[in-house]
Design a protein around this ligand. Structure first.
Ligand SMILES: [Zn+2]
Length: 450
């Protein structure tokens, strides 16, 4: 009898233990990255002068998660998107200082169009004078050091923590690919696909008395505003609202697959504030409901794959483009002709497309894709990885080299399939194999990341 009750007690204890969240260690750190001087703003070709001050400050924020075997760091930022060169500079410096390998760092951006120009991102969009170009180079050099520092500090700040997740929704994103008599153009397409989910990760002290951080996402361009003042757009207002509601908490925003979604309505400051509030309201509602505790180990995989271009331009086409009235066409053509001269050819593929998969415990799979990723990828990844846990899909992660249209969007054409490639300095549209290649890599990494 005594043996039986002992057995019973033992099983009961085990069952109780299994239901408890795992105690991880987590650390957060924040750095202000608002440019100190007026420099050029990112995202719109039409701007013709540098910024003239802030609406609010821009930040980079790092969250370190550690299960005692593996450490992961999520970096979020009020920036347009990491070019590969900056991401590589940051990750190799972090590796040198801390030993953290590339798979363990997820570099994300809000894609705010009210932040600074980053070198080598949208390379052929901005017509900068040598003075403005130097200001951008100087800012980027300082930014790299600030990003390394904030990541390292998040690692140093680790304390015992429990994690939980949930999902809300917000309705202000609208599909922007409008069919017109002249093909698909940027407009409003209320019937087009969108992803209105708001994934939320809650990071609390082990005794649950203190909310350290809340990381949340939304799949929509941060293009409410097109002014000349710095801001994180709706994502900046959402983070500020959450940090005001929870003093001492760091609110972190990452962008989902919202390359073909715009906020609606837009252009007024009041619109950005309102969208930020509705996102913060959704996150707060999730935080108030019982969230699912995360248990189990952390896993990470990172790979770069080759993406092919569809059809390469001829020399004659490029020579004609050097006489174009469009700055972006001229600059791209001159650069590609220069490459041709130097190397005897121009590359017919992009060699470094990044795919990253994290498992945060047994129940949450976090996929991070490079480039400006359209919504079809989030929908397909959820379908392909069904049954593997809750799936979060971030876009604009690790390297934003171009738009990443799906096969459907490539067939339909429009800005995301064609003309955006010019601003990104790419020689042509992507091949139709692009979507399947990215999905294959995602599935492969999800299998290994266990
Ligand atoms: Zn964009």
């Amino acid at each position: 009898m005594r043996f039986l009750s002992c057995l019973f007690l033992f099983s009961f204890a085990n069952a109780t233990f299994a239901a408890e969240p795992t105690v991880y260690r987590a650390g957060v750190a924040v750095v202000k990255i608002t440019p100190r001087e007026p420099i050029w703003m990112a995202g719109y070709a039409s701007r013709n002068k540098p910024a003239d001050g802030p609406i609010h400050d821009l930040y980079a924020k790092a969250l370190c998660l550690d299960d005692d075997k593996k450490m992961l760091v999520l970096l979020t930022s009020d920036l347009i998107g990491f070019p590969r060169e900056l991401a590589e500079a940051v990750t190799s410096e972090v590796k040198m200082q801390t030993g953290l390998t590339r798979d363990r760092l997820m570099l994300t951006a809000s894609h705010t169009h009210s932040g600074p120009v980053l070198r080598d991102n949208l390379a052929d969009m901005y017509d900068l004078s040598p003075t403005e170009a130097k200001k951008v180079r100087d800012y980027n050099a300082r930014l790299k050091d600030q990003l390394v520092d904030v990541i390292v500090r998040s690692i140093e700040n680790r304390v015992p923590a429990v994690l939980s997740y949930g999902e809300g929704d917000a309705g202000f994103a609208i599909n922007r690919r409008q069919a017109t008599g002249k093909g698909v153009q940027i407009g409003l397409n209320p019937d087009g696909p969108v992803d209105h989910r708001v994934p939320v990760l809650k990071v609390e002290s082990a005794d649950r008395n203190k909310l350290f951080a809340v990381a949340f996402g939304y799949a929509c361009h941060n293009t409410t505003l097109d002014l000349y003042q710095w801001s994180g757009d709706y994502a900046g207002f959402a983070q500020a609202e959450l940090e005001k509601a929870h003093p001492g908490t760091v609110a972190m925003f990452w962008t989902g697959c919202g390359a073909d979604a715009n906020p609606t309505p837009r252009r007024l400051l009041a619109h950005a504030v309102k969208h930020g509030q509705s996102l913060a309201t959704s996150v707060n509602a999730v935080l108030k409901t019982p969230m699912t505790p995360l248990t189990g180990n952390l896993h990470s995989q990172y790979e770069t794959i080759r993406l092919d271009f569809a059809a390469m331009p001829t020399r004659d086409q490029l020579n004609a483009d050097t006489k174009s009235t469009s700055f972006a066409h001229r600059t791209r053509a001159k650069r590609l002709l220069n490459d041709w001269e130097k190397n005897g050819s121009i590359a017919d593929h992009y060699p470094h497309y990044p795919v990253q998969v994290w498992r945060v415990g047994t129940d949450l799979v976090w996929v991070a894709l490079g480039g400006e990723v359209v919504v079809d990828y989030a929908l397909r990844v959820r379908h392909e990885l069904k049954g593997q846990g809750h799936l979060w899909v971030a876009g604009y992660a690790n390297d934003v080299m171009a738009y990443i249209p799906s096969a459907r969007v490539l067939h339909e054409g429009g800005y995301e399939a064609d003309s955006s490639m010019i601003y990104y300095g790419m020689p042509s549209r992507w091949a139709l194999t692009t979507e399947d290649r990215i999905i294959e890599a995602t599935k492969r990494l999800a299998k290994v990341a266990k």
